[in-house]
Design a protein around this ligand. Structure first.
Ligand code: GLA
Length: 759
């Protein structure tokens, strides 16, 4: 039993082996949070955890002589203005102009499993035995509204999911001007907040700040989860490290504008809010209507940041990602974007594909430029019909030729966008999001189609489904290359414009739902100018995300390291591209480019015909290596070891769930003269097992000349595998001579360590 209810049916204790979450009904009928943290024993009452208002300026929200001051009470889903002055979880504007509300507990229900939130995506359960859901029913009599608070606890994951649903039963219409997915009040503020911020080409940098009085926010108002502030954030204790200590993680299953906010009071308490960003959101309800918030995901770790990441990785890999590709080995792909841009014809594409087939690649992906009048960024988006000047046999013809080679075929689309130079726009100029009589901001010469309108989604769906039905398509890369401006729908009433952002996101989910239902065998990868829409909403439909347009083997270490806090390796699209790198101009050796890309869903983003014979041999070896290791990489436990945000080096390891195999990566930015030895301490291994340790390092043959003292001996040890216990590898560490990096002949070097249990 995961949810206990006190004998008076007022206190609820959600508990698994990882955490306890305890709440109760306060004397004013509203819900109070008593505890969220490491699992504690069940007891008849936790009333001793209640705190009351003591000082002179307090207002009290229950009949005298009550001391129930909501500013002090740790609440479940608070409102503003009835003795709590913090930022609330929701606000309801009523016909009489009042925004005051008071939802009081009425009843509860505990159900096995987890209800669907469709049409919103949400975490799933495979069977009702995996967890339980508590549904609290509260009512606000003055507005004739019901509020349902949903809490789902998994038996075997340190994860709690939450959401809220408002129903207007009768009376007069109301407007929700704020409806966040959850609020969590914590009794102290001794936390650091970690956020994952960035921009195009440098997504999900790790930022850590000490909480302070006032509000600190992590948000997007771009109509997208954004490259700038990913919706995932962490509160950790100052003493928490990667390997030990307490950390709480927060995310939402949503792809639109979001707000993650942490407010600390002068009394030293903390309120965490997350959900749809309230600015530019308002949702009018008429009697009989309801509004369901997106789902919030809370993770708890008593085992440091790596423990928190593993909780999210396991949830996402197994219960966010769904469909046949959840458990299938992910194909090694080649994408033509960096090789050709939009400037290609069928012969060139077939030449790239043939070479890819030779080296063992499994899937060819045709990127932007295959449709309409799409020869550059100015035209074509919206017209999802093959450009037969470039591809005489259309997508059908090309995909058949690629399949005949023994490769699978994948296709790029950007369904939410339109160029003004397109047949779609010429036929329906009012189908873009744009405010009447206002300038229409453009981005990459494109405009955002109004997916809050069903007829728009229907039209795009019919075009894209036709292409897929006619051709042999195994993979779709779904892009979205600009944020939303002038978010106004020409298909909605003025009083419903506050719904447009959210309805647009629901339209995107609708299209995804239709396409994934009709084509369940297709592997989807989401993309948004790289990683600008890396979120749990997308991952419910697309198991992989193109992590960043930045394919530089050095900067990718940071991007993938930052991404790994909240998202599993099986979701991290990572490709080897050409040098000089398109985004940085940097020359990173081929071995390091691959050694970074292995820790994701692997592929190539270049024209293999331009590589030397020697490089092609290396690529063949890389493909073979990834095929042999992808199961381990995509399903194992990942541990960050050395942060690229802190110095010259990066280290990480992935360990199989059974701890029989592991693969560690070590990367060095700049070489240093005479830098001596380093101890690379691993993690996650079985301390009592002996492992065979093999280094995989790409030595530059020019260094084989014995002009570096001791080099001969060092090289001789390279091919020898050692046998060491897990405890030695984790506590004593693996001594690596830094000459290993010098003899690779350049900067940005790396090595892999393969571990296999031998007893
Ligand atoms: C975006 C994507 C790239 C590529 C281009 C095509 O920038 O992130 O990978 O698909 O669009 O226009």
């Amino acid at each position: 039993m995961l949810i206990s209810v006190s004998p008076n049916a007022e206190t609820f204790h959600l508990r698994n082996r990882f955490f306890s979450y305890i709440m109760t009904v306060m004397e004013n009928g509203q819900m109070e949070n008593l505890y969220f943290g490491k699992a504690v024993h069940e007891r008849p009452s936790f009333a001793y955890l209640h705190e009351e208002g003591l000082h002179g300026m307090s207002a009290f929200n229950a009949p005298e002589p009550s001391r129930l001051c909501l500013s002090f009470a740790r609440q479940e889903y608070p409102s503003y203005g009835t003795s709590d002055f913090r930022c609330p979880a929701f606000e309801i504007e009523q016909r009489n102009g009042s925004r005051i509300s008071a939802f009081k507990f009425r009843s509860y229900e505990i159900i096995p499993g987890k209800p669907s939130l469709a049409p919103l995506p949400a975490a799933t359960m495979e069977s009702d035995a995996e967890g339980e859901t508590l549904i609290l029913k509260l009512a606000d009599d003055a507005t004739d509204m019901t509020l349902y608070l949903f809490y789902t606890i998994y038996a075997d994951l340190p994860i709690l999911t939450r959401s809220a649903k408002f129903e207007l039963n009768g009376g007069t219409p109301v407007t929700l001007t704020r409806a966040l997915s959850m609020s969590l009040d914590l009794p102290d503020m001794a936390y650091e907040m970690m956020t994952f911020t960035g921009a195009w080409g440098r997504e999900r940098s790790v930022r850590t700040r000490k909480l302070d009085h006032g509000v600190q926010a992590n948000f997007s108002m771009r109509g997208s989860s954004s490259a700038e502030m990913n919706p995932f954030f962490i509160l950790k204790r100052p003493e928490t490290t990667e390997h030990q200590g307490e950390a709480l993680g927060f995310n939402i299953v949503y792809s639109g504008s979001h707000l993650g906010q942490v407010e600390c009071t002068s009394d030293g308490t903390t309120r965490v809010l997350t959900g749809i960003h309230p600015d530019n959101f308002s949702w009018r309800l008429t009697p009989g209507e309801s509004f369901q918030t997106p789902e919030a995901i809370l993770g708890y770790s008593g085992d440091g940041l790596n423990g928190l990441s593993r909780a999210f990785h396991d949830l996402i890999r197994t219960r966010i990602v769904r469909g046949v590709w959840r458990d299938r080995p992910r194909p090694i792909l080649i994408n033509n974007w960096e090789a050709t841009g939009m400037n290609f014809d069928e012969a060139l594409i077939l030449k790239i594909a043939e070479k890819a087939k030779d080296v063992g690649v499994e899937l060819f992906v045709l990127d932007d430029g295959w449709f309409g009048a799409r020869n550059d960024e100015h035209a074509g988006l919206g017209d999802w019909v093959a450009n037969t000047d470039k591809l005489p046999g259309g997508i059908k013809g090309l995909s058949e030729k690629i399949e005949a080679m023994g490769l699978k075929f994948g296709l790029w689309i950007e369904p939410e966008m339109v160029n003004k130079d397109s047949d779609l726009y010429r036929a329906h100029p009012d189908w873009i999001l744009s405010a009447p009589n206002r300038f229409q901001s453009h981005g990459r010469f494109q405009y955002v189609l109004d997916f809050s309108r069903k007829e728009v989604v229907d039209q795009v769906h019919s075009q894209i489904a036709k292409v897929i039905r006619e051709a042999k398509i195994s993979y779709i890369k779904w892009d979205s290359n600009r944020y939303i401006t002038e978010c106004y729908s020409n298909g909605s009433a003025p009083e419903d414009q506050g719904k447009t952002f959210h309805k647009h996101i629901l339209g995107i989910y609708d299209l995804y739902t239709r396409l994934t239902a009709e084509f369940p065998e297709i592997l989807f990868e989401s993309c948004s100018s790289g990683g600008a829409r890396y979120d749990l909403g997308m991952l419910c439909f697309a198991p992989q995300t193109w992590t960043s347009d930045n394919t530089d083997g050095y900067e990718r270490q940071r991007i993938q390291y930052g991404t790994s806090y909240g998202y599993p390796l099986s979701s991290i699209g990572a490709h080897v591209s050409a040098v000089p790198n398109h985004q940085t101009g940097r020359l990173v050796p081929l071995s390091t480019r691959a050694n970074v890309a292995y820790f994701g869903t692997f592929g190539y983003e270049l024209d293999l015909n331009r590589l030397s014979a020697d490089e092609i041999e290396k690529v063949k070896d890389q493909v073979k290596f990834m095929k042999a290791n992808r199961e381990l990489i995509h399903r194992g436990d990942f541990y960050r070891l050395i942060s690229p945000f802190e110095g010259n080096e990066t280290g990480w390891i992935v360990v199989g769930k059974d701890k029989k195999k592991a693969l560690a990566g070590f990367y060095q930015c700049l070489n240093n003269a005479n830098a001596g030895w380093l101890r690379f301490r691993l993690a996650g291994l079985d301390p009592n097992r002996k492992y065979r340790v093999a280094l995989r390092v790409d030595v530059d043959p020019r260094y084989l000349a014995p002009f570096i003292p001791g080099l001969d001996r060092l090289l001789a040890t390279l091919n020898q595998s050692a046998e060491l216990y897990g405890d030695e590898l984790m506590y004593a560490g693996l001594p690596l001579n830094r000459m290993l990096f010098v003899i690779q002949g350049c900067d940005f070097t790396s090595l892999l360590i393969e571990l296999e249990a031998i007893e």
